[in-house]
Design a protein around this ligand. Structure first.
Ligand SMILES: Cc1cc2nc3c(=O)[nH]c(=O)nc-3n(C[C@H](O)[C@H](O)[C@H](O)COP(=O)(O)OP(=O)(O)OC[C@H]3O[C@@H](n4cnc5c(N)ncnc54)[C@H](O)[C@@H]3O)c2cc1C
Length: 501
């Protein structure tokens, strides 16, 4: 649906394509958004723009050994597409699953790869967004307009992971690699490897590499919680034996997992010490009796402040018990020629150092936004339930769950967007934005996420860039699936917080 373009900056008349909805990103959220739109609003034209050469987002970007989910795929998978394999999945399995969603629903023709969106500007004169995207293969700029912008760009910068600056890094003669940008030529066979960090990535990469390395050490500043268990769901296996359909198994297993997660999360608040002991018990079971669990696997914070990585079949701990992998809890003083020197004075030598040190938070996909020619400062906005933002018309951002699977929220937001689009059509409205109501005038404005509740490093580093939240349900971003699953479908779209034109 092309339409005549306005003059571009050089005075030429570029071609501009118009769509009802433009989805940013073809990760699990963007592909899910395309599905919801195609099925719930089949009359809407839409396009998905993705900078990479393939769909998948996180699961396409990360290529380190062993890359896998840390939550189960019954809930990380979409509500509408049964997951039929083991619950913890490799990136390859997730990409295959997403490919099936794309193929089965005819979504491929709507996705344009190698399009890096650089600018988005809203005009209240035309009630449209104008989007500029650089084609990464030709360097050309493509122009689009859309009525509604569906931001599925995730939350971190895909090009480059976060590596802190340590003194002496240039003295180190080995190779430093961030797992997010895994070099295809990295040969670690028979080498000594040091992994800095102990989050989900480290917990995955250490057992995956242990067998081939001479030795692999996980260096952590402080311990992390892990859960261990079999990579299987007994109920799913039993239902499969009874030849129950995969649709039913998916739904039943999702409900069971969500019910148990809810109980577990509540217990983390009501009896954190007991939960802590249970988690430590799982780890103790896998390690030699004299292993210093207190030093290496007993965090000082209460469970669930950071995502708890699931270690399928306890492979990390088996690697440690076998002697091929080890853990050091200490701080880096500086890098030296052969490795790192720790605050304790000890030097850890390594041929390769992996910095599993996290992400760079990326707010709004590094896109320059303007609203009626004024640059948008995202941190000056207040969020409506963590998905819309004051002063930003016709735009929703999918920011999923951290405690529960991300995709649970992507599905809920998908339903919300489709309902909102239909509501706008019914009202013949061209523009919707959220605004604080008179009764919200004195509401205290808080950080995007309650750090008492959840405090990963990338969030703390980037909090000042993120929108504010209030202390009333409408203006909160509570990361609570069990509340939002009932609240989102019940949102009154005619509430005074929604302004239509
Ligand atoms: C290694 C790893 C494992 C994880 N495991 C889990 C898990 O098990 N369970 C869980 O719930 N969560 C997990 N997460 C969190 C995970 O990122 C999300 O769950 C989910 O994959 C995010 O999906 P998304 O589509 O919203 O964003 P992303 O996967 O980040 O995809 C966003 C897409 O948007 C594209 N994009 C961004 N900006 C632009 C732009 N300007 N122009 C064009 N395209 C753009 C990106 O290239 C990317 O393809 C994990 C994260 C990592 C890094």
């Amino acid at each position: 649906m092309s339409e005549a373009a306005t003059l571009d900056r050089a005075g030429a008349r570029p071609s501009v394509e118009h769509f009802d909805v433009l989805i940013v990103g073809a990760g699990i959220s963007g592909v899910g958004g395309a599905y919801h739109l195609a099925t719930q609003c089949p009359d809407k034209s839409y396009v998905v723009l993705e900078v990479q050469e393939k769909f998948g987002g996180t699961w396409w970007t990360h290529k380190y050994p062993g890359i896998r989910s840390d939550s189960d795929l019954h809930t990380f998978g979409y509500r509408f597409k049964p997951w039929t394999s083991a619950p913890i999945a490799t990136a390859e399995e997730i990409l295959t699953y997403m490919n099936e969603v794309i193929e089965e629903n005819g979504l491929a023709q709507h996705i344009r790869y190698k399009h890096k969106i650089t600018n988005a500007s809203w005009s209240s004169k035309t009630n449209r967004w104008t989007i500029e995207a650089r084609k990464t293969d030709t360097g050309e700029t493509a122009f689009f307009t859309c009525n509604f912008l569906w931001m599925c760009q995730g939350y971190y910068r895909h090009e480059k992971g976060y590596t802190p600056e340590w003194p002496g890094m240039s003295d180190y003669k080995g190779r430093i690699v961030h797992p997010q940008t895994w070099p295809e030529d990295l040969d670690y066979k028979g080498k000594t490897v040091l992994v800095i960090g102990s989050g989900a990535t480290a917990a995955t990469v250490v057992p995956a590499m242990a067998a081939d390395c001479k030795h692999i050490t996980m260096l952590q500043r402080s311990p992390t919680y892990f859960r261990t268990g079999r990579n299987a769901i007994q109920l799913a296996e039993e239902l499969r034996e009874l030849q129950v359909s995969e649709e039913w198994i998916h739904e039943i297993v999702r409900r069971k997992i969500l019910f148990e997660q809810d109980k577990f999360t509540q217990r983390c608040f009501s009896e954190p010490d007991k939960v802590k002991q249970e988690l430590l018990g799982l780890v103790k079971k896998e390690l030699p009796e004299d292993y210093p669990i207190d030093q290496h696997f007993t965090p000082s914070y209460r469970p669930w402040r950071q995502r708890i990585a699931f270690v399928p079949d306890a492979d990390l701990f088996k690697g440690i018990a076998s002697g091929k992998a080890s853990v050091v809890t200490d701080e880096i003083e500086r890098f030296v020629e052969k490795g790192v020197q720790l605050k304790s004075g000890k030097v850890l030598e390594a041929d390769i150092i992996l910095t599993a040190t996290g992400f760079n938070l990326c707010v709004l996909g590094d896109i320059d936004f303007t609203v009626d020619e004024k640059p948008l400062q995202f941190h000056d906005t207040v969020t409506y339930r963590g998905m819309m933002f004051t002063g930003v018309p016709n735009m929703v951002w999918v920011f999923g769950y951290f405690r529960a699977s991300w995709t649970l929220r992507a599905d809920l937001v998908g339903d919300f967007v489709c309902r909102l689009l239909k509501h706008m059509d019914a009202k013949a409205a061209k523009k919707v934005e959220v605004a604080l109501r008179p009764e919200d005038k004195d509401m205290p404005l808080l950080d995007w996420i309650d750090t008492e509740n959840f405090n990963p490093g990338y969030m703390l580093r980037g909090m000042h860039l993120l929108p504010k939240r209030g202390n009333k349900p409408e203006w909160m971003h509570n990361q609570d699936y069990w509340a939002e699953k009932d609240e989102f479908p019940a949102i009154d779209l005619d509430d005074a917080a929604f302004i239509y034109h």
